[in-house]
Design a protein. Structure first.
Length: 185
């Protein structure tokens, strides 16, 4: 064995900047590729395109600010979905706390589509109304289970909760949805 010491030079500021810009570029491309899926998830949870856009933008900003906290890049999807879900949860809580306003464009378009029985918007409106009656946690697990097609254990892992909690929220949420759906029919 040799007694030679290997000397490793400290990275220069230029090297640090290059590494940071490359990792930022990779992170940016990951975000861009998952943005549409994040928006779709937010749309299902919130039921309102405008709120979904805002929640997705909030999630994008939160993800960018906390990009250094992503420990396992191979779990980027789950990490970003959790940020989207939390942004949606915040919006749902604010929605319940304050008055609701429907933008004029949405109000007029819903009246136009409601007059067309072939559009199926009556069923969509009934489902949306039933989903609005769920609390944010129930709505999130229902969306993750049936929109993302995730199993209970995976939902629990992504939300940082126990599977039993997810099961009870799912059970109560589905029962409440069923009752609301039947009441509207």
């Amino acid at each position: 064995m040799s007694n030679e010491r290997v000397v490793v030079a400290a990275p220069t500021d230029d090297l640090r900047q290059t590494i940071a810009s490359n990792s930022d570029e990779l992170f940016r491309s990951n975000l861009e590729s998952r943005l549409a899926a994040g928006y779709r998830l937010a749309s299902v949870i919130l039921g309102n395109p405008s709120d979904a856009e805002d929640a997705t933008q909030d999630a994008l900003e939160r993800a960018w600010r906390s990009r250094n906290r992503l420990r396992e890049p191979e779990h980027f999807d789950a990490w970003f979905q959790r940020i989207v879900v939390n942004a949606c949860r915040d919006r749902l809580r604010r929605r319940r706390a304050g008055p609701q306003f429907t933008p004029i464009s949405e109000a007029s378009s819903s009246r136009i589509h409601a007059a067309d029985p072939a559009s199926g918007s009556a069923e969509r409106a009934a489902l949306s109304s039933a989903l609005d009656q769920l609390n944010p946690d129930q709505r999130i697990v229902v969306a993750m289970r049936f929109f993302l097609d995730l199993e209970v254990d995976e939902i629990a892992r992504r939300l940082g909760t126990r599977p039993g909690t997810v099961k009870s929220r799912l059970h109560r949420g589905l029962n409440q949805l069923r009752r609301a759906w039947e009441d509207q029919r």
